[in-house]
Design a protein around this ligand. Structure first.
Ligand SMILES: O=P(O)(O)OC[C@H]1O[C@H](OP(=O)(O)OP(=O)(O)O)[C@H](O)[C@@H]1O
Ligand SMILES: [Mg+2]
Length: 178
């Protein structure tokens, strides 16, 4: 697995520091409110697990599973919901947790879908943001790192379902995916 890595962009230590910073900001912003944190599977699984333990507030969690990349490095443009939320979000303060925003199509689709269910508020936190690749406008309140237009893996993020268990975030050698 390590032979496929081109460059480590963010080490475990750097990621942890960012997760703590985001968790503190979120805890501060939602003080006194009932918060429901929704992770977008599978990619956000690792970030979500670390982040919720750095939000010092009573909160609830739920998950939705969505996929649009499959085994490609380009979005198919069609967002498929593979598993829906378990509970209603009507009247609740919702925070969507994503690992990465690329074209923005996944979150555009999910935000519109969630907004139609009548939440009290809806915000997004993403660990990584690739603004140069955006195809649709999105309002993202919490961003960990802005990254250049390169295909990345690790810390939950895959290529063809591999590399999710790398503890750091890295770029892949081109020959691996071309
Ligand atoms: O902004 P976008 O271009 O829509 O890309 C971002 C989405 O793509 C990845 O999910 P993917 O569809 O690969 O499913 P996965 O989380 O199971 O890997 C990632 O986890 C985001 O959810
Ligand atoms: Mg993926």
């Amino acid at each position: 697995m390590k032979n496929d890595i081109k460059e480590v962009l963010y080490s475990e230590e750097i990621i942890l520091r960012k997760v703590i910073e985001l968790g503190e900001r979120i805890a501060n912003d939602y003080k006194g409110k009932e918060l429901l944190v929704i992770g977008v599977l599978k990619g956000a699984n690792v970030f979500m697990s670390d982040l919720i333990r750095k939000i010092d507030l009573p909160l609830q969690i739920d998950f939705i599973a969505a996929s649009s990349y499959g085994h490609s490095t380009e979005s198919s443009g069609i967002v498929k919901i593979i598993k829906d939320l378990d509970y209603s979000i009507e009247g609740k303060h919702i925070l969507i947790v994503e690992d990465i925003i690329d074209t923005g199509l996944t979150l555009k689709y999910l935000s519109e879908n969630f907004n139609s269910r009548g939440p009290k508020s809806l915000e997004i936190v993403t660990l990584l943001d690739k603004p140069d690749r955006r195809k649709v406008d999105l309002n993202v309140k919490y961003v960990g790192f802005k990254i250049p237009d390169e295909f990345i893996v690790g810390y939950g993020i895959d290529f063809a379902e591999k590399y999710r268990n790398l503890p750091y975030i890295a770029t892949l050698k081109k020959e691996v995916y071309i």
